[in-house]
Design a protein around this ligand. Structure first.
Ligand SMILES: Nc1ncnc2c1ncn2[C@@H]1O[C@H](COP(=O)(O)OP(=O)(O)OP(=O)(O)O)[C@@H](O)[C@H]1O
Length: 363
């Protein structure tokens, strides 16, 4: 569901303001340090109740203020509207309302507006640690498999309990049994959801690579976090001595990873920097395409500083792809001329200019 309007107050350097967005393409330009990434971050915050830039609340709240608030109206002509409000005050719990009702978990936010973000750190997906890749995989699993968040919650709760017991050192092993049982059941489900998602996603990524005029064909090998031939309960039993020595559980879905291969070789080892970036664009765009194909749900795409990431040819391919999606896109650029000529004249496009945190619509 696209954002129709947002109201921002005391978020980073952004002035207190209300913005009306296009349901399709929105281009935001402004000098370095004007507030473009902060605007992308505020939209992302509204979609999941957290930032992609910082986990420290203090750095997000406007420096001279004690808290920020964000408010959005989402929906399109054919669908029901939703109103989301988030208020964060220093040293206080988050207050989140959907349609006037307080909610306890920010997870509910993510179901309203599936939001994909491409910002400088997204490009760590291939070369960075497995956390990024698990987050990538689980964004999709969360949206296509409604049981995932509950199963994941049960798994992590049992993992935490097991690790607490392991840290006690000399333990009565019978105390571990219920947690091991719970972990084995939930791990098998998580493994199945992730494996199914990745297998379905690979052809979509390859189709998108083709539509971005790329000749590479990729494959993804999924590692579930423990040996593929052994059931998880046996793994937990066999690794108990090592787990006790270290005080934590070495193997399991919390250690899952994906490795991306191009012509049988690992992408992070053979692709150029530019090729990696376009591959990462394709991987993110594929998540939205797959969700739309499977469940008819459209995602919102937030893309920060596209011109810094892609050369003109790749930018043109990505912009043409985005234009055909008929989804909401918010793109930021330093120089509007680096993207504006790449869109068709008849595209429903809205332009904004940011200066010292004030975002103004440009005619
Ligand atoms: N909590 C905060 N309160 C006030 N100002 C902040 C806060 N956090 C960051 N800033 C400032 O907000 C400004 C805008 O930052 P932002 O990253 O949004 O800029 P940008 O337009 O994306 O810049 P660039 O093009 O360089 O990426 C910066 O000058 C930054 O120092």
């Amino acid at each position: 569901m696209p954002y129709q309007s947002i109201v921002i107050s005391k978020f980073r350097n952004l002035a207190d303001q209300r913005l009306e967005l296009s349901p399709l393409i929105n281009i935001v330009d402004g000098k370095n340090g004007s507030g473009k990434s902060s605007l992308i971050e505020s939209l992302y915050y509204l979609s999941v109740g957290k930032s992609f830039r910082s986990s420290k609340l203090d750095s997000i709240i406007e420096h001279n203020s004690s808290g920020f608030t964000l408010f959005s109206v989402t929906g399109d002509d054919n669908s029901h509207q939703h109103r989301v409000g988030i208020s964060r005050e220093k040293n206080k719990p988050a207050l989140i309302k959907i349609d006037g009702e307080f909610i306890r978990s920010a997870i509910q936010l993510a179901t309203i507006t599936p939001t994909l973000v491409i910002e400088p750190e997204t490009f760590d997906l291939l070369d960075g640690g497995p956390n990024n890749r698990r987050r990538y995989m689980d964004w999709g699993v969360f949206h296509v498999e409604h049981r995932f968040s509950e199963v994941w919650r049960r798994y992590t709760k049992s993992l935490k309990q097991r690790n607490t017991l392991l840290r006690r050192g000399r333990i009565d092993r019978s105390l571990l049994a219920p947690w091991d049982g719970q972990m084995a059941t939930t791990a098998a489900m998580i493994d199945q959801y992730r494996n199914d998602y990745i297998m379905s996603l690979v052809p979509v990524i390859n189709d998108i690579l083709k539509s971005l005029n790329q000749t590479i064909d990729i494959d993804i090998s999924y590692y579930r976090g423990w040996d593929k031939k052994t059931d998880y309960k046996t793994i937990l039993e066999d690794s108990i001595e090592r787990d006790i020595r270290s005080g934590f559980t070495h193997q399991g879905p919390h250690r899952a990873d994906i490795r991306i291969k191009v012509n049988g070789r690992f992408a992070d080892e053979v692709l150029s920097r530019g090729q990696k970036k376009i591959l990462i664009f394709a991987m993110i765009l594929a998540q939205g395409a797959f969700l739309s194909k499977l469940l008819g749900r459209k995602s919102v795409y937030l893309i920060d500083d596209i011109s810094a990431e892609l050369d003109i040819e790749h930018r043109k391919n990505v912009c043409s792809y985005l234009e055909k999606l008929e989804s909401q896109v918010v793109l930021t650029v330093v120089d509007i001329d680096s993207v504006l000529p790449l869109f068709r004249k008849d595209t429903e496009l809205r332009m904004f200019h940011v200066e010292h945190g004030k975002v103004s619509q440009v005619n």
